[in-house]
Write a protein that binds this ligand. Structure first.
Ligand code: DLL
Length: 434
């Protein structure tokens, strides 16, 4: 697969780190001058821009968290005057006031560049037809993939999400070769394809860039098989720069971080200390080229590991593991920490259940209860009550042995759990309602 920007993506680490330090120093100076909340935080911590002499000095700087963006809503953390801002995006705001991000023209160019690197690594070239079924709007998914595809010179088809039958018709008629959407929507589209009486041989898809939500290796296999494609993982977050912050190459051994634009650290979420290379922790990013909203040490809440070893593809950019999920998505059930992705992994390894599930947590008589609704892959439920009982027992036993908690497994008919068109909602925690 092609490397879009070979000079940068395969730069020796030493050179890359020199570049990072220079850009970090420039950025810290700039935010100190132009962003009041940063100046105040740094003054409080007794740090001046000149104190950043090496990359290790980054850890002296205070963290930025989502609340900082909310406290300075909407534009209080922008580092440029509004006349230089050319595009605004925002996070969904499901857990509070939405966070607003701004981009200058140069920021948008860099976004297109990093998305082009990502899509090239996944096989997109000038001859590709890229269907983007991420939502277009304040969500960054749609525009990020679109800018990347355009930059490469592929044909960009901005279908946006939803209207699945139309998506399949477009895919077939326009000859889409590459699909960008959430992994859950990719699975849902694969069902629509079959429902419409087609097979994977009726479409020309070869690959897809799926992200914006956690997904397991097992779901990857499922998508690959059902759509007859190579499924790649793409990572990003609106506050840093939508899709393309991290991307898989053909080696599929982690997502390369575009380290010439973002410095990545891993910290212990409890203590805030940087953890040794390769250890699991919370991912923290510092933007070193962003003009409008250069966030310093932004805590993502995503739990993953970083590997700085060179990849077989030749890229020197560090690789991030698939995030297990966000620390704020972690469920504590009867004192046990559980990520929804761990439950997904167990389900996906069990024959007879489909990759469509919902996790419901409630507190009844002061006791946490975990219900897992999962669709059976077998169409004829009634005929097989006995084997279904055995199946639900098997899943329950497996969850108990892997995660150490008891779950009530409720097997449901195929296609009864709502399908998502964007980020899926897999967990309903009713405990918050009591
Ligand atoms: O989800 C940006 C994006 C769009 C990335 C399209 C990839 C593809 P936000 O809506 O701000 O931005 O949500 C960011 O989504 O902190 C992660 O928790 C999660 N996330 C994003 N990509 C992945 C991934 C976009 N590949 C939040 N695997 C992040 C797991 C992901 N989680």
């Amino acid at each position: 697969m092609a490397i879009w920007n070979k000079d940068i993506e395969t730069m020796p680490r030493e050179k890359l780190e020199e570049l990072q330090l220079k850009r970090l120093q420039e950025t810290v100076n700039r935010v100190y001058e132009n962003v009041k909340p940063y100046r105040e935080k740094m003054d409080k911590a007794g740090i001046k821009p000149d104190d950043i002499k090496t990359l290790d000095d980054l850890s002296k700087l205070p963290f930025t968290v989502k609340q900082d963006l909310r406290d300075n809503y909407p534009y209080g953390m922008f580092a440029v005057p509004m006349e230089q801002v050319t595009e605004i995006h925002a996070s969904s705001g499901t857990t509070g006031k939405q966070t607003v991000v701004g981009l200058t023209e140069k920021d948008v160019d860099i976004w297109a560049e990093i998305a082009a690197r990502a899509l090239s690594a996944m096989g997109v070239d000038k001859n590709s037809v890229v269907q983007t079924s991420y939502g277009f709007g304040l969500f960054t998914g749609g525009f990020g993939a679109h800018y990347g595809a355009r930059k490469i010179g592929a044909v960009a088809i901005p279908t946006s999400s939803g209207n699945s039958k139309r998506q399949i018709n477009i895919m077939k008629d326009f000859g889409s070769t590459f699909l960008c959407c959430t992994p859950s929507y990719a699975l849902s589209l694969s069902e629509t394809l079959v429902d419409m009486g087609f097979t994977k041989d009726d479409i020309k898809l070869q690959g897809g860039a799926f992200g914006a939500e956690p997904w397991t290796e097992e779901i990857r296999q499922e998508i690959q098989e059902k759509l007859g494609i190579n499924a790649y993982d793409i990572y990003g977050l609106s506050e840093i720069m939508g899709p393309g912050v991290g991307y898989e190459c053909a080696d599929q051994s982690g997502m390369h971080i575009n380290e010439d634009h973002f410095i990545v650290e891993v910290i212990d979420p409890e203590t805030g200390e940087v953890v040794p290379d390769g250890s699991m922790g919370e991912i923290v990013f510092t933007c070193i080229t962003k003009e409008a909203l250069p966030l310093i040490r932004y805590r993502t809440r995503d739990i993953a590991t970083i590997n700085k070893g060179m990849c077989r593809c030749g890229r020197t950019f560090a690789r991030m593991s698939k995030p297990m999920g966000r620390s704020d998505d972690m469920l504590i059930i009867r004192g046990v920490n559980v990520f929804p992705s761990q439950i997904e992994e167990v389900l996906m390894k069990t024959e007879g259940v489909a990759p469509h599930y919902q996790i419901i947590v409630d507190r009844i008589n002061n006791k946490d209860m975990l219900d897992v609704l999962v669709e059976v892959s077998n169409k004829d439920l009634t005929d097989e009550i006995k084997s279904l009982e055995a199946l639900s027992k098997k899943v329950s036993a497996e969850i108990l042995s892997v995660l150490g908690i008891k779950a009530n497994i409720k097997l449901v008919e195929p296609k009864t759990i709502a399908r998502s068109e964007g980020k899926s909602v897999r967990v309903i925690d009713k405990r918050q309602l009591h």
